[in-house]
Design a protein around this ligand. Structure first.
Ligand SMILES: *Cc1c(COP(=O)(O)O)cnc(C)c1O
Length: 379
């Protein structure tokens, strides 16, 4: 399979370098599926090809302390920090790896801000695939370390994610390896939709009213939409939930385009590295989904993200990375603005483990000033 077969050739012919991807494809599912489905029924690769690594089935938290604190009786947190490599990206890597196994593909290339990379390296190790990863040199250490631990080839790029993306595309063409670049490979969206199917099951066969999703490239949010759209198409839910696109005000390309109607290329630098994206690769599809299903936007500052991260940790015992905390910060802001019905069933998606980027998380707390030898030194 060559890289050029991934997007619609006609739509992508008009592609410019500084725009989101044109011609992103979606997977169609013609199966008849009932209420007691297996999540694999909704996927385009048979169960037997998936590698032996426990992706998905993440917990849906019901924290009484947090619910009381916020006055939200039906608040849930879907925590993706418990995925095998510590982030939501495993859902995409899992399907990409299964597809590779089924079709005899042995090598996969990708660019990443960190999590997609460490994820593909980990899932790829389980699936016995050769992974080449392009990361910006500024990626958090834990994410680089994971890639190396999993035995992948790690190439650091002297530039940002967008530069890494371009180099990885060039490399996959040259090497003939399959690209797992987010959005470009439609299986990334398809794999990510499994979160919605799981939420439906965990809520006892219904969809929530509202979901908060942290957004960078717009693939997770499109996956979340795809899952609920599939459930609706199969007649299992009557309505796609209201989905909030939560972004940092230092990286808010999709939210700006939602208001302005077009994408602008503005340099980004949020502390939430996983959602720090100049050109959101899946911008067009994310916007289409948001427009079609009455999606909403919420934008928060880096300070609000750090405060939200610490608050969520203290209030629930769930420590998520800054990108995940952006969804919780978005919930707080929507509450402040009185946009939410307090009885609504609300799900906040925390997309990665807090341990992924301890250096940033330390900025949101006060570390002890100096080590002591005696209790007399305590003030
Ligand atoms: C990738 C990622 C996101 C954003 O997903 P996009 O598909 O880029 O919008 C959010 N949180 C975490 C932890 C991620 O790794």
């Amino acid at each position: 399979m060559t890289a050029t077969l991934m997007v619609c050739p006609k739509c992508s012919a008009q592609q410019k370098a500084d725009e989101p991807l044109h011609g992103v494809l979606e997977v169609i599912n013609n199966k008849v599926i009932g209420k007691d489905f297996d999540v694999f029924d909704f996927l385009p690769v048979e169960k037997e090809f998936f590698p032996a690594i426990p992706v998905g089935n993440t917990p849906l938290w019901e924290s009484p302390k947090l619910r009381n604190f916020l006055g939200l009786k039906n608040l849930y947190i879907k925590d993706e920090g418990t995925e095998p490599t510590g982030s939501f990206k495993d859902r995409a890597s899992y399907l990409v790896a299964a597809f590779a196994k089924k079709h005899g593909i042995k090598e996969i290339t990708l660019a990443s801000t960190g999590n997609a990379g460490s994820s593909m390296c980990g899932v790829g190790a389980a699936a016995d695939l050769k992974i080449t990863l392009f990361l910006p040199k500024t990626a958090p250490q834990a994410k680089m370390c994971q890639a190396l631990q999993y035995g992948a080839r790690l190439i650091l790029v002297d530039g940002n994610y967008d530069n890494a993306y371009d180099l990885s595309m060039e490399f996959s063409k040259k090497s003939g390896s399959m690209s797992r670049n987010t959005a470009f490979n439609p299986l990334t969206i398809e794999g990510k939709k499994t979160v919605s199917l799981e939420i439906f099951k965990q809520l006892g066969g219904r969809s929530p009213d509202v979901v908060f999703v942290p957004v960078g490239d717009g693939v997770i949010i499109s996956g979340v939409y795809k899952g609920f759209r599939d459930l609706k198409e199969k007649g299992l839910i009557s309505k796609v939930p209201v989905i909030y696109c939560a972004q940092s005000n230092k990286s808010d390309a999709i939210n700006r385009a939602f208001v302005k109607g077009h994408f602008e290329n503005i340099p980004t630098n949020t502390i939430a590295d996983s959602i720090c994206v100049d050109i959101p690769r899946n911008g067009y599809l994310a916007l289409k989904n948001m427009k079609d299903h009455a999606g909403r936007t919420v934008t928060v500052s880096d300070e609000e993200i750090l405060m939200a991260q610490h608050e969520l940790s203290k209030m629930s015992g769930l420590f998520t990375e800054p990108a995940g905390a952006t969804a919780y910060a978005g919930l707080k802001k929507a509450l402040e603005k009185n946009e939410l019905d307090k009885n609504a069933c609300i799900v906040v998606l925390t997309t990665g483990s807090g341990l992924k980027d301890a250096a940033t998380a330390l900025k949101g707390v006060t570390p002890p000033q100096k080590p002591i030898k005696s209790l007399n030194e305590l003030v």
